[in-house]
Design a protein around this ligand. Structure first.
Ligand SMILES: [Zn+2]
Length: 306
């Protein structure tokens, strides 16, 4: 059996046990195995694998250095990419470019010399920027005038008269939903069904089924100094106002409700707000239990209570 088949069998077994525990096992036919997509909770039979209805999902998304971690349904997997992940990927590229780190694909930009704009691209290998005009997108007369302005400025020694603005856009709200989704999926893969079937996780799934960002509480933090390869899951016990499952992926930290239902996501947001300093920064000392980063579904809580 392949990876997807194994993931299906194990996931289906713990899914049924978790439903039995909360008295909902009669929602499934008593025979056969069913695995539910952790995003939409639609239960699918084993045949869904061969039919490509259950697919391997990367956490974080492929374009952000993610690895295949678990199965989600094809619809949720594709729609998230279209609606949210592209924004997270664009934001990361622009951050990397501006921080002088290498980017795998050039970023569209507008170059200005003497007030004359030329459309082009900026790429970075980590050793400075390379800026290139894109001939097809520009009027040749404008390019000539731009070059003249650039040359005369450099002859006068005015290098600072050259400017560029990034012409690519991303929506921070959409990008944040992508990180929320990655954190939710990693927490599911680590802890399992008994974790995500708690009512406190419902608001997150409601958001994941939407194609636009809703008014979800701000439970995501970003620290640009953290290594992009960071992967951590911590069950936070202290401080009490932040009891949660903290998922850290690169510089992004997402606080999710804890497995015992101590705090709702709104209460978590208030807990974070209460710790902000005058500059809006949160400097935290947390204590709790570190869970292993899942390279495949671990179902730690499902296995612990059998
Ligand atoms: Zn789904």
């Amino acid at each position: 059996m392949g990876k997807r088949e194994n993931w299906f069998r194990e996931g289906a077994l713990y899914f049924r046990q978790a439903l039995e525990q909360i008295g909902l096992a009669d929602r499934l036919p008593s025979f056969d195995s069913y695995y539910a997509c952790p995003c939409c909770l639609i239960a699918l039979p084993f045949e869904a694998i061969a039919a490509q209805e259950l697919t391997i999902e990367h956490v974080p998304p492929d374009g952000l250095g993610g690895k295949g971690m678990l199965l989600t349904c094809k619809r949720c997997n594709n729609e998230s990419g279209r609606a949210f992940d592209v924004h997270a990927i664009n934001r990361a590229r622009i951050h990397d470019l501006l921080a002088g780190r290498g980017v795998n694909r050039p970023v569209r930009a507008v170059f200005l010399a003497g007030g004359i704009p030329v459309r082009g691209e900026v790429s970075s290998s980590g050793n400075g920027w390379l800026m290139q005009g894109v001939p097809k997108q520009n009027n040749p007369a404008m390019v000539k005038a731009h070059d003249r302005a650039l040359r005369s400025a450099s002859e006068r020694g005015e290098e600072s008269s050259f400017k560029f603005t990034i012409a690519e856009r991303f929506s921070p709200q959409h990008a944040d939903v992508s990180w929320l989704r990655s954190a939710y999926l990693a927490a599911f893969a680590a802890l399992g069904w008994r974790y995500i079937l708690r009512p406190a996780l419902d608001p997150i799934r409601v958001q994941l089924k939407e194609s636009a960002p809703a008014e979800l509480p701000a439970v995501i933090g970003f620290n640009p100094d953290v290594d992009s390869g960071t992967r951590e899951i911590m069950i936070v016990h202290e401080p009490e106002s932040l009891r949660s499952v903290l998922v850290a992926i690169g510089g992004y930290s997402v606080f999710l409700p804890d497995p015992w239902g101590s705090l709702t996501i709104e209460q978590l947001e208030r807990g974070i707000e209460g710790l902000r300093d005058e500059f809006g920064k949160v400097d935290l000392t947390l204590s709790g239990q570190v869970a292993p980063w899942p390279l495949n579904p671990l179902y730690l809580l499902d296995k612990a209570i059998r």
